[in-house]
Design a protein around this ligand. Structure first.
Ligand code: 4AD
Ligand code: MG
Length: 460
């Protein structure tokens, strides 16, 4: 049986069928002809269902003429072909029941044209707007594509811990998790007295634990919340975000790049095919040229160049950058965007970065200076994926850990993967929110996650 929702009621094949629609009123218009139009949305599609409520309905005067934006309703009726432009169907109501009223004097989603900044203060109601409904549906589709892509390829979905003693990225940007009361001066805050008997943190990545499963089961992916206590107040950083991390045993960096490229293309293709109306809205109202640019990405091989080549391109670009470009320095978002937007006009994969600016677990190249890292850069976003081939050689890995200030004995279990049946392996991480930004054209990462957490802000 077809679901009785706005999405299915709007399809021509529903004409003649009886429907019960449960949703929220977007607008009411009264016609001189003795009936009212209600625009109903229930989240199932971008477009609303137009409902015709005749003045012969028994609660027309008492209820229907008082219905305003935001009221919740249950409406029964029959779907008819619609004479109006831009819609195939409409519902002629046999009954309209108001379930919850919304006072027009105090309901904040009444008015159109609120800024995204204002809507962040109304994060509990913003999913009732066109934009945030569309973002939620596209985000959902992306999550589905992520699972579909890996499941179809035989990857196992692995859940890695959220509370962990290890610092995967070795960057120290971690949130401490504690039950000690540091506001009480009488408590001597010793790590041994804490809940786990040692310092633990919110995970910055599931990679290290993911590697243990890849080195037993071959192909795995993790997909979960990730936390970074970086004080980066940018339109592309969150303190809590979602990351997908595939890891594949016996893969090298080139195979890792191939996987990343087909993965991104699959996500784009699904969004364009499955979220047509939402994508059309983003194209028209958020980012002109979005769909064409995404199609371009689909039909083009990603460029692949080394970090060293990228530095040369940037130095010779004739551009003035805020941050200096020099071999050995990390690339800033302005550099990444120049490469993807201006120089290549499309996605580009940079590889073989200086070891000093990358994590300890990346495989050292024979030059002794660079590691088998890769970043996928895309227009408007910059880095969307970061990954690498992992260091599988025990002694080199131990030395790299020491260099990074980590104690190898704390990571004995990780090193065991190199002691027993070690294999070359590789993986990467895709930031879900950056991906949603890329697909939707939304400029600020705070607007592609329901409840953003950023420095100084954790409301709702
Ligand atoms: O490049 P990152 O730090 O890589 C890792 O965490 C590896 N352990 C991944 C792996 O090899 N398994 O992060 C991966 C991606 C980035 O490319 C970016 O898309 C996203 O995660 N990301 C963030 N997204 C939002 N806010 C932040 N603060 C982010 N930091 C990273
Ligand atoms: Mg990175």
């Amino acid at each position: 049986m077809a679901m009785e929702c706005v999405a299915s009621a709007r399809k021509a094949e529903s004409i003649g069928k009886k429907f019960t629609i449960k949703g929220w009123v977007r607008t009411r218009r009264d016609s001189k002809g003795g009936f009212s139009f209600l625009e109903i949305n229930d989240g199932s599609s971008f477009g609303n269902l137009q409902v015709i409520a005749n003045n012969t309905l028994q609660n027309y005067q008492t209820d229907i003429l008082k219905i305003g934006t935001g009221c919740s309703v249950v409406i029964e009726g029959v779907i008819k072909g619609s004479p109006a432009k831009g819609q195939e169907t409409e519902l002629v109501a046999d009954s309209v029941q108001v379930v919850g009223w919304a006072d027009p004097n105090t309901y904040t989603m009444q008015k159109k044209g609120h800024t995204f900044e204002y809507l962040r203060t109304q994060a509990h109601l913003r999913p009732r707007t066109n934009t945030f409904g569309a973002v939620a549906r596209v985000r959902n589709q992306i999550s589905k594509s992520i699972h579909d892509f890996f499941q179809e390829k035989g990857f196992l979905y692995i859940n890695t811990p959220i509370i962990t003693p290890s610092d995967c990225e070795g960057a120290g940007h971690m949130f401490r998790v504690t039950t000690l009361d540091f506001l009480n001066p009488k408590t001597i805050a010793k790590a041994e007295d804490d809940f786990f008997g040692k310092p633990v943190f919110l995970t910055v990545s599931g990679q290290l634990e993911g590697e243990t499963y890849a080195c037993a089961l071959g192909k795995i992916y993790t997909f979960g919340p990730t936390f970074r206590a970086e004080n980066s107040n940018t339109s592309r950083h969150l303190a809590e975000f979602w990351m997908v991390e595939p890891e594949v045993a016996f893969n090298d960096l080139i195979q890792n790049m191939d996987l990343a490229e087909s993965f991104i293309k699959r996500i784009i293709r699904d969004a364009l095919n499955q979220c047509g109306e939402d994508m059309q809205f983003f194209e028209e109202r958020i980012e002109k040229g979005l769909i064409q640019n995404l199609e371009l990405v689909l039909n083009k091989d990603f460029q692949r160049i080394s970090y060293t080549e990228a530095v040369e391109i940037l130095k010779n670009s004739g551009q003035t950058f805020e941050f200096e470009v020099a071999w050995g320095k990390d690339l800033q978002s302005e550099h990444e965007r120049y490469l993807a937007e201006k120089h290549f006009n499309g996605p580009v994969i940079l590889y073989d970065y200086p070891k000093e600016i990358k994590a300890f677990y990346m495989r050292l190249n024979d030059d002794g200076k660079t590691v088998r890292a890769m970043d996928v850069l895309v227009p408007r976003i910059g880095e969307i994926i970061g990954g690498s081939q992992r260091e599988e050689r025990l002694e080199i890995l131990e030395a790299r850990m020491q260099g990074a200030g980590l104690k190898p004995e704390d990571y004995w279990w990780y090193l065991d993967l190199r002691r027993f049946g070690g294999v070359p392996h590789a993986g990467f991480g895709l930031g879900l929110e950056r991906c949603v930004q890329f697909i939707t054209g939304m400029a600020n990462i705070r607007d592609v996650i329901p409840y953003p957490r950023t420095p100084g802000s954790a409301d709702f």
